[in-house]
Design a protein around this ligand. Structure first.
Ligand SMILES: [Ca+2]
Length: 475
């Protein structure tokens, strides 16, 4: 299954031909299946597993590294659908997390870069270049939250793991708590274990120095602990609809794992962290099986931004608006709704989970005017398109210290246009012909570039995006 979308064109063509011949039968059985599925999926449980800084290529289901060992993620992927073009709403942690919770783009929220661990840290602007736009330091309480919507539908809602949406300056705290008014429990989660202002653990081992986790066993590894808590949550709520957001701190720096696992992985602590997270996914799937809830549970695996370790077949990495900063591994399992072993090449984004979860739970998103995501159900049921013509990103910040430059971009069909706001040249790439984004085609296709620029600017105005102060369109 590894890299099937790149290596096995015969498979795709065969599937297409066979698929065309079977349309009539499929239409009838799809209708029947959908009725059955609807009854079965009445208030499905929803588990949303999010990894941190994990790029495509670092899990078995889309990997290219034979040394990776993630059998449980493989099990999840094989029982459901792999998304070959899953995007994150931002290239760094906090804005994507804000987009996941609210279904709104980081630009619309006004939270467009990661919330710094050190308060007041200035971003150096390039000489003569634009300054940083304003950005929030916490997620506003009045914004929509899928957890609140799921609660309205009678769900038990739990948050376990990394939040990173609750104030700056966490590095200087003893416990990661900067302003607990912005913790997950104020966004509709009944419980919170681990979610505070930290963007990375102060300690991977107990004592955790995290005010939202009770220390219990010196030396215990954080990922193992979160896994235990997830299993406890599932068992405690097995008799009612439940939602768990399990947002691992793995595989963010600092790269640390239990000694025996590092040894097992030939001294490679990164692979050990991955294996530990994969074990945790296995524990969750086992707990669902044991409690008899697996058949009525949607399990999503996703990551919050492109890999801190680069992906071989993508340009750049975390922090970049090129594909390597935005693309993430994603798989969704949902027995009775999603056919096992399926794949989708339709681009999806972080804002899509909100309507997907709320609709699956029987709720409505009609009154939520800020919502920018789309329900993924048509893709789950085999459709090859969503009703959307473009995806957008906006990063109005300078981080030249980590080679991160401000920009906004639009993806429409195979074309991606990147506006550098004066810091780096504007660029136009054709992702189908040039997946590594090596050839800037602005000069070859000036009209297309202008059309995309105009559409991008329209979107930026429509979401009232904060712009870098000296760039065109600002005050
Ligand atoms: Ca991250």
């Amino acid at each position: 299954m590894k890299k099937m979308m790149y290596t096995n064109r015969t498979y795709v063509l065969t599937a297409f031909v066979v698929g065309s011949l079977c349309i009539a039968t499929a239409a009838w059985s799809a209708e029947k299946q959908s009725t059955v599925a609807k009854a079965k999926a009445d208030k499905p449980n929803i588990i949303f597993i999010v990894a941190d800084d994990l790029g495509p290529g670092w899990v078995d289901f889309d990997g290219s590294h034979p040394e990776i060992n993630t059998p449980n993620l493989q099990r999840l992927a094989e029982s459901g659908m792999v998304f070959n073009k899953a995007y994150a709403a931002a290239t760094v942690c906090s804005p994507t997390r804000a987009a996941l919770i609210t279904g709104m783009s980081p630009a619309q929220i006004g939270l467009t870069t990661h919330i710094p661990g050190i308060a007041g840290r200035e971003r150096p602007a390039p000489k003569g270049g634009p300054r940083d736009a304003e950005t929030l330091k916490q997620l506003p309480l009045e914004l929509p939250s899928y957890a609140r919507e799921l609660k309205k539908q009678g769900y038990a809602t739990g948050f376990i793991g990394k939040w990173h949406l609750a104030g700056e300056g966490s590095v200087k705290t003893k416990d990661g708590i900067v302003d607990s008014r912005y913790h997950p429990e104020h966004f509709g989660f009944d419980s919170n274990i681990g979610g505070c202002a930290y963007g990375q653990p102060k300690s991977w081992f107990d004592p955790y120095k995290n005010g939202t986790i009770e220390d219990r066993e010196k030396g215990e590894y954080l990922t193992d602990r979160l896994s235990d808590e997830a299993v406890t949550f599932i068992k405690a709520n097995k008799d009612r609809p439940f939602h768990l957001s399990l947002w691992f701190y793995s595989v963010h720096t600092p790269i640390k794992a239990p000694k025996e696992l590092v040894k097992k992985n030939g001294g490679n602590a990164y692979l050990a962290m991955l294996e530990c997270m994969d074990n945790a996914v296995g524990d969750v799937l086992d707990a669902l099986e044991e409690t008899g809830t697996l058949d009525n549970t949607m399990v999503v695996f996703y990551s919050d931004n492109g890999g801190d370790k680069p992906t071989e077949w993508l340009a750049d990495k975390k922090g970049s608006l090129l594909e390597g900063g935005l693309r993430v591994p994603m798989a969704v399992s949902w027995p009775g709704i999603i056919k096992g072993g399926s794949q989708s090449d339709v681009p999806v984004n972080s804002m899509d989970f909100f309507p997907t979860f709320v609709h699956a739970a029987g709720g409505s998103t009609k009154g939520i005017s800020q919502l920018e995501g789309l329900d993924l159900m048509p893709l789950f049921q085999g459709s090859e398109k969503l009703n959307r013509d473009a995806l957008y990103w906006h990063y109005p910040h300078n981080r030249p210290d980590v080679k991160l430059y401000m920009g906004s971009s639009i993806l429409m069909g195979d074309w991606k246009f990147y506006e550098g706001h004066g810091t780096i040249p504007d660029a136009l790439f054709n992702l189908e012909e040039d997946p590594m984004e090596t050839t800037n085609r602005v000069n070859q296709n000036p009209e297309l570039a202008e059309r995309l620029r105009s559409k991008l600017n329209q979107w930026l105005s429509s979401v009232n995006a904060n712009m870098p102060p000296s760039s065109p369109g600002s005050e």
